[in-house]
Write a protein that binds this ligand. Sequence first.
Ligand code: FMN
Length: 405
Amino acid sequence: MSLMNDKNILLGVSGGVGAFKACELLRLFVKAGSNVRVIMTEAATKFVTPLSFQSLGAEQVSVDMFAEKRESLEHVAWSDWGDILVIAPATGNIIGKMAAGIADEILSTQAIAFDGITLLAPAMNVKMYNNKTVQKNIKYLESVGVNLVGPETGYLASMITAPGRMSEPEIIFKRARQLLLKRSSLKGRKVIVTAGPTVEPLDPVRYLSNFSSGKMGYALADAAAGFGANVTLISGPVHLEPPPGVRIIDVKSAEEMHRAVVKECPRTALLIMAAAVADYRPSAFHKQKIKRHSDSMRLNLRANPDILKSLKRNRPKVVVGFALETRDVEARAIEKLKDKGLDLIVANNPTEKGVEFGSDFNKVTIYGRKGLAVPLERAEKFDIAVAVIEESVKFLKKRGSKRKK
Ligand SMILES: Cc1cc2nc3c(=O)[nH]c(=O)nc-3n(C[C@H](O)[C@H](O)[C@H](O)COP(=O)(O)O)c2cc1C
């Protein structure tokens, strides 16, 4: 079952121009199977109405602390119900009130009564954001365990590009999901994940590549960040937003990916190679576009470097590979595990129904030495990623903390 299924989300909305994006955030939580109750400040109702949230699947929307028809002590009761309180957008005003312990309307009252996981997505004009008191309030809230996502540097309502823009709903959703994992077993450890396809240029306008979407690797990086790791994601060209809290290195070819992995490997606890690295590249790069001149054409290819085999020095403590096979999946995966000296290998078959290339779902078996085989039912890639990280952490623990990297 998906991690977000049946989670209780308190979604606080304060009065900023980004309030409309909270509707999309609500939709993401509802789609993931979570129960959502919305708490709006009065100012938020000037930007978006309670009806919007009701129509999009909120169980209840609370606006007025002193409304007549209410459950007993609802002004604080919801705080016992929520698994997480997400305030998006979080205005400079609500941040200030939370830092000072002020509870003068329904959202700040619930926020102060809530002792679970709190996530704020600040959004405001750059001058407000840079204000010293606002910065002090943000730092103070962080120091007492409040989590923040964003703000991003982007195009603001004041028509300039500057810091202050609320993170996109998908990023806020993913950060909330990381926090709801409640895992810390990789805290302070360095994890590298490779993802996506590589592209092997043939001429200035053409390349050889494969159908990898990068979704599995991005989910692994996302989950590893949820376990507290310092994650570096080395990614081939994909159409995906990097997950929150993850450092990204963009590469194109297998050779570039090889160089990036070798450079990043020192002091790494866990390396997960989920990228679909091209085995071969065109042996020559044509400086000019190749002209069509006959009915057929031959391409000469040469082997790319084998990234896993080349990691002799600075080899991470635990190395996990992926085997994407269309037949004899188990036998080929175990052969690759041995051949490349991996600790674990995750085998999947993209020709199976419901887990094709580009799908948000996967169905895998994790193989290890000594006959270890952990089959995982079809599930969202994030949930598969969590299971892969769990197995990797078990392996990391087995290796002991003596040579802690
Ligand atoms: C058009 C408009 C846009 C605003 N956008 C923001 C914003 O993005 N962030 C912010 O902190 N305040 C913004 N404000 C100011 C807040 O609405 C104001 O501080 C309000 O008191 C916040 O109340 P609340 O925190 O209870 O929701 C905006 C005000 C207006 C009129």
